[in-house]
Design a protein around this ligand. Structure first.
Ligand SMILES: O=P(O)(O)OC[C@H]1O[C@](O)(COP(=O)(O)O)[C@@H](O)[C@@H]1O
Ligand SMILES: [Mg+2]
Ligand SMILES: [Mg+2]
Length: 341
């Protein structure tokens, strides 16, 4: 009997095939994505054996947001930065774990990379999925080639690529260069990310809502009414929406992409501008979401159109299936008008 096995396409092969479609491409962005893929494998290996290697627990420092840093946060940060530094393509990195801009050895490098090296750190010690997020920009062409702040503060619409790695029951890497979303699964037996889905699309509408309901009392009237709407019977299914909240944004967004629905991190009295960071959480995941056919807004406006003012700035986010986000927005608008009027 003839056994036909499906041809596996690895991340590296896929990146090279995609690059070959653009004869003028220098191959630098492809190299950068492969560097991130390599760092992701090392982080994945460490996450998987975290319980036996003494890498769990706190590092003892706090980051720029005043959050307690975990050892795995630092490990992931170092792996990603050194992978990016090796190939001399990236001039600077901005990471959740570093207060300022990290300048790399290649001052003339074309690319600027934003990183959330380990997303969902509060879940590390309890064996719940965590992730890494990356967002890639090009520096502006100019004669003096000086690195200036404006290079690091470009709106999300200028991202040239973005993606995430989810260290879950399997390790998944998803990325976009603006031509759709491609997903890969790490096959531990061969140590390679293997293509599992290209042209990934989110359902137009879903019946899952995802929000930390602990801060209910400080939500806006419109948000309270929208969540109440989600808890009532949906006219199409005859049932209320399902609530799901993991507490690692990458994992919550990955589920939203696969199943549809909405993920919300709103402003509240504790976090007047929301908790999540524009440049290394919201912009890259919004780019992925839009490329998969979804929507991402701050309550009113498109996340990727926000003009950033600071590298660690926060923003509220409503992200997911287009119909769900549209409905949430209409509730926010309606009740804002009533409050104002
Ligand atoms: O515990 P909360 O307030 O619901 O916040 C959860 C959110 O915070 C984050 O953990 C922040 O990410 P970091 O772990 O990278 O700081 C998101 O992943 C998640 O969506
Ligand atoms: Mg995070
Ligand atoms: Mg983090």
């Amino acid at each position: 009997m003839e056994i036909k096995s499906k041809k596996l396409v690895t991340l590296d092969e896929y990146i090279i095939q995609s690059q070959n479609k653009f004869p003028g491409a220098t191959g630098e962005l492809s190299q950068l994505l492969r560097d991130i893929g390599l760092a992701a494998k090392i982080i994945s290996r460490e996450v998987n054996k975290a319980g036996i290697t003494n890498i769990l627990g706190v590092h003892g420092s706090t980051n720029v947001h005043g959050e307690s840093v975990k050892r795995l946060d630092i490990f992931a940060d170092q792996q990603l930065i050194s992978a990016l530094d090796r190939s001399l393509i990236t001039c600077m990195v901005i990471s959740e774990e570093n207060d300022g801009i990290v300048r790399l050895n290649s001052e003339g490098g074309k690319y600027i990379v934003y990183l959330d090296p380990l997303d969902g750190s509060s879940n590390i010690d309890v064996n719940v999925s965590v992730g890494s997020i990356f967002s890639i920009y090009m520096r502006q062409p100019r004669y003096d080639q000086n690195l200036v702040e404006e290079d690091s503060l470009q709106p999300g619409s200028r991202q040239v690529a973005a993606g995430y790695v989810l260290y879950g029951s399997s390790t998944i890497l998803a990325y976009t260069t603006g031509l759709g979303v491609s997903c890969f699964t790490l096959d531990p037996s061969i140590g390679e990310f293997v293509l599992s889905n290209s042209g990934f699309k989110i359902p137009e509408k879903g019946t899952i809502y995802s929000i930390n309901e602990g801060s209910y009392n400080s939500w806006s009237q419109g948000l309270k009414k929208y969540i109440k709407y989600c808890q009532e019977d949906d006219p199409e299914t005859g049932r209320p929406y399902t609530a799901r909240y993991i507490g690692s944004m990458v994992a919550d967004i990955h589920r939203t992409l696969v199943k549809g629905g909405i993920f919300i991190y709103p402003s509240s009295s504790r976090y007047p501008n929301g908790k999540l960071r524009l440049m290394y959480e919201c912009n890259p995941l919004s780019f992925i979401m839009e490329q998969a056919g979804g929507t991402a807004i701050d309550g009113k406006n498109r996340i990727m159109d926000i003009r950033p003012e600071a590298i660690h700035q926060r923003v509220p986010i409503y992200i997911g299936s287009p119909e769900n986000v549209k409905m949430a927005r209409s509730f926010l608008e309606k009740y804002e008008e009533e409050t104002v009027g």
